[in-house]
Design a protein around this ligand. Structure first.
Ligand SMILES: [Zn+2]
Ligand SMILES: [Zn+2]
Length: 146
């Protein structure tokens, strides 16, 4: 498993312990193909009868973000969504502030803008985050019905 190798290497390089807990969390994260909250992952791991503390879920997710296996999407600074980066091309997110729905989108124009910015300012972008917040179609309709 490629992700496991990346993670194990990362732990080794950073003098962090490779624990069975961390490996289980990684395995379960890789199975989730949607955006998820840390709490959802915690409940999921509990439901398959594996004992993992909430703290180690958060800690391991942080580590997975640091080694680029997982992408963290900021919802409102207190709540985050996570998604795996494996087998996924870059995309951006619209997040509904009413119901929390996430819509993924990709426009090559955005990639082009990045390229223009890197060229113009001679930058090397390692990471970017582009989120749009607002009301989704359903929530917009609900509002106008009131
Ligand atoms: Zn909504
Ligand atoms: Zn996404």
């Amino acid at each position: 498993m490629e992700a496991q190798k990346i993670f194990v290497d990362y732990l080794k390089q950073n003098d962090l312990k490779n624990t069975p807990e961390r490996m289980v969390i990684l395995q379960e994260v890789m199975k989730l193909d949607k955006h998820f909250e840390a709490e959802v992952l915690f409940e999921h791991i509990k439901s398959i009868n594996i004992k993992v503390s909430r703290a180690s879920i958060y800690r391991t997710l942080d580590l997975l973000v640091q080694c680029d296996l997982v992408n963290r999407i900021n919802f409102d600074n207190t709540c985050f969504y996570y998604e795996t980066t494996m087998n996924k091309s870059s995309h951006d997110h619209f997040i509904c502030t009413e119901c929390g729905k996430i819509i993924e989108f990709y426009y090559s124009e955005i990639e082009k803008i990045h390229k223009n910015i890197t060229d113009k300012f001679e930058l090397d972008i390692s990471e970017y985050s582009h989120q749009i917040y607002g009301k989704c179609k359903d929530c917009k309709q609900k509002k106008s019905l009131k």
